[in-house]
Design a protein around this ligand. Structure first.
Ligand code: GLN
Length: 468
């Protein structure tokens, strides 16, 4: 096995035994990046010298690829947007500080949909990322670079972010494990905000155990992010010991299987995963999440509303691109933004500004907040009956470039990931199998209640074991 193929656990064991150094491991990832990333395009930039220096300074550390919206001191942070081209971070995000304190170093910055808006990485303003399992297909998004880097063995593991599915859906498309932690479990200080009531950072890895190790390193209270409660972070990896599905009550939401757009191969693989859980001792229980049909509409009001406010700071004055065609301060704002943002980001800002405008605020934003409460309540009620929910992760396997041209069909990709994001609970995608013929990876999704990552990871691990 080559060093770049290792996951976190195996890398840590090799480092501990002295089989190789962190510098050698990091160099192996860099060599692999030079050899194989030309075709895939997972990375936007790679500060090789910086990564090797950190590896020498931290001899037992494991290199991690970073989604390009997380600030690392001295490195570019573009959010795959032309408006932030040339921007260099003046500080480390809390997740980066936490990682460094726990034996990880940032190594390379990976592509994404611009400002994390999208489901295919086709909205990147800076480059194309291909699915390592089929170069004619997208890697998913918005954490498509992270998923392609993990799935293509271009890194040991990666950080992604999930607002409405952006860790889970690309993990499903590229055959890796992706965990969206509960809202508030991981600090967002230093992570460029998209929709602040939804955004979470999480691990994208080659195994459930790796996700547990990395999540432990990321999570915890942060005085710089008021949404992170001061509750202890369990030793997630230790909790995997003896993980079993015996006696676990798994909820099957009836609304999730009654979907016309559900691809037959995804349905087949998901049903096989559910049967495997049952064979491993889980009890299957039908549950109902009755407000599922409204979740998409609610998300596409709340997320753009928050984005329109968050992205107001990119005005050509303080960060990144500044138009040279401006004649006064107003045209400096409008021209810089018109030149810097791509079409999907503009669409979201326009939608968000509209739903927040006076006269429409109550009808759209106010109502969406009320319906969000109903969606959240669905989960609270379901988790009174079951330990976890199991479902498809994305309605289809990875699709071809250009196949989902219309924004609405692209939005439908997040059908299964948006409701749990709105509810703030934790959820993960675990590889479940390959489609027939096309041999594309498909992930199955497990969802648990808020701050129940230990339970979630145990269930994921037990499923992963049953599947191997
Ligand atoms: N695809 C969804 C969107 O475009 C979710 C993105 C995300 O989770 N960052 O908003």
């Amino acid at each position: 096995m080559e060093l770049y193929e290792l996951g976190i656990k195996a890398a840590q064991e090799g480092l501990a035994k002295g089989d190789f150094t962190s510098e050698e491991l990091t160099q192996a990832v860099i060599d692999r990046y030079h050899a194989a990333d030309g075709k895939i395009g997972a990375y936007l930039t790679f500060d090789e010298e910086g990564a090797l220096r950190l590896a020498r300074e931290n001899p037992k550390s494991v290199p991690i690829a970073i989604k390009d919206l997380i600030n690392v001191n001295g490195q570019p942070c573009t959010c795959a947007s032309k408006i932030l081209k040339g921007y260099v971070s003046p500080y480390d995000a809390t997740v980066i500080r936490n990682m460094k304190a726990n034996g990880f170093i940032p190594a390379g910055r990976v592509n994404m949909d611009e400002f994390a808006m999208g489901s295919s990485t086709e909205n990147s303003g800076l480059g194309v990322t291909r699915n390592p399992h089929d170069l004619s297909r997208v890697p998913g998004g918005s954490s498509g670079g992270s998923a392609a880097a993990v799935g293509g063995n271009l890194c040991i593991a990666a950080l992604g972010t999930d607002t409405g599915g952006s860790i889970r859906q690309p993990a499903s498309f590229c055959g890796c494990v992706g965990v969206k932690p509960s809202y508030g479990r991981v600090s967002r200080y230093g992570v460029t905000a998209f929709a602040s009531s939804l955004d979470q950072v999480g691990p994208m890895t080659k195994s459930v155990e790796d996700a547990a190790i990395l999540l432990k390193a990321l999570a915890g209270h942060d005085a710089m992010d008021g949404t992170t409660p001061d509750v202890p972070v369990p030793d997630y990896a230790a909790a995997l010991e003896g993980a079993t599905l015996k006696g676990v009550r798994l909820g099957l939401p009836k609304e999730y299987f009654d979907v016309s757009g559900l691809d037959p191969e995804v349905r087949r693989i998901t049903e096989a995963a559910i049967r495997a859980c049952e064979a491993a001792g889980a009890e299957l229980v039908e549950v109902s999440l009755p407000h599922t049909e409204y979740a998409m509409a609610v998300y596409y009001i709340i997320a753009p509303a928050e984005a329109s406010a968050n992205l107001a700071r990119f005005d050509g004055v303080r960060y990144g691109h500044r138009s040279d065609k401006a004649t006064d301060v107003y045209s400096l704002y409008t021209k810089s933004r018109a030149e810097g943002f791509g079409p999907e980001v503009k669409r979201r800002i326009i939608m968000g500004t509209y739903v927040l405008s006076s006269g429409y605020y109550d009808a759209y934003y106010g109502r969406a907040q009320k319906v969000r409460t109903l969606v959240t309540r669905d989960f609270v009620e379901a988790f009174e009956k079951v330990d976890a929910i199991v479902s498809p992760c994305a309605p289809t396997p990875a699709f071809k470039f250009g196949e989902n041209q219309d924004p609405l069909t692209m939005y439908l990709n997040d059908l299964y990931t948006i409701p749990s994001a709105l509810a703030g609970v934790c959820a993960a995608s675990v590889p479940a199998g390959l489609t027939e013929g096309t041999r594309l990876p498909v992930g199955v999704q497990f969802i648990c209640g808020g701050f129940e990552e230990e339970r979630l990871l145990r269930i994921c691990k037990a499923y992963e074991d049953s599947n191997n």
